[in-house]
Design a protein around this ligand. Sequence first.
Ligand code: NAD
Ligand code: MG
Length: 386
Amino acid sequence: MSSKKRIALFGSTGSIGTQALNVVREHPGMFEVIVLTAQTNDELLAKQALEFNPAVAIIGDESRYEKLKEALSNTPVLVQAGNQAIEDAAERDDYEIMLAAIVGFAGLKPTLKAVAKGKIIALANKETLVVAGDVVMQLAVENKAPIIPVDSEHSAIFQCLVGEARNPIEKIILTASGGPFLGKKPNFLVNVKRDHALQHPNWSMGAKISVDSATLMNKGLEMIEAKWLFNLEPSQIEVIIHPQSVIHSMVQFADGSMKAQMGLPDMKLPIQYALGFPNRLKNTFERFNFRKYPNLSFEEPDYKTFRNLGLAIEALNNGGNMPCILNAANEIAVWAFLKNRIGFLDITAVVEKTMQKINFIKNPSLEEYFDSDGEARNFAASLLKL
Ligand code: NAD
Ligand code: MG
């Protein structure tokens, strides 16, 4: 058996997935790609499989199976299709690290299966912890599955905590760029369209998280993600707008001292850190230069305009199935916004109404999380037809 780290990339054709493959390319001989999965982009998946020669390549959309099979017909790569096959691949014995880079609720089931197998999880899919953080973290403890964050803020905090195991956290401060509409007011936001919302100033990301960044929902989801990753009370989690995205987040300890982790806004860094952990791997990525950033600035979020952040904080404080409901409604609303079916501010309205409508459960089982997700999706979708 080789001494390479054997990795499974779930969501390999996305923004995180493709950047992870850049990290793999940067370190020849260090990683072996065992699993590649995608939902619809069979062409890119085939290209990736030809280059990285995984044991298996899986396309979620079954109608694309024949095309993928044909493209890989001269290779030993096992070709599979369907979302059940994606889930089942998480249980394979031949990999060590799952990069969980599927977007949305769809990432939860495969990640749960990998956690149950005691795999190392490099977690990009924040929705997994937003929806069912208590179940996921409990399962991770039971199966000794380390969860290493890929989200840049959480990677920053994780890095700040190295060597601090005996020192409790007083609070954490998540930085937020503010997104493309920083400083804008509702009279502007009411008219913004998909393409404008997708123009993030500092990061190039998938469509869903780009919209979440524009509405500040992303930061709310990250507060909930942080609660579970670092075992925090809601009152220990703060957000500050930092438009340059150079400080990726901070931790304050009992003595008032703070640690911040800094770097260029480049997702390859947290991806590489998670895949290489506990080692820092040498690379040729561009270095940060203070002279190019003479001003690092900080400001309070505009909670009045970006109401999604307040709704997420409400879900964080209430706990139970509320974050799951928030997430489901948001996924439906963002999908509708991306299809030009609703306006930017309608996203908040859909989330708020769904949170008011769906029954609150204080201590849901995993099954109840799935039910709440389904109910919230149905209700949010019914609002869109009005
Ligand atoms: P993306 O849309 O670019 O890629 C998503 C990937 O998931 C694709 O490979 C796609 O084929 C797959 N996928 C989509 N729907 C699926 C389904 N129903 N079943 C199975 N696979 C499916 O998304 P992204 O920007 O790479 O984000 C991935 C995750 O990482 C998200 O949870 C996001 O919040 C998180 N994240 C992303 C970034 C970033 O810079 N892009 C930063 C931090 C966290
Ligand atoms: Mg982030």
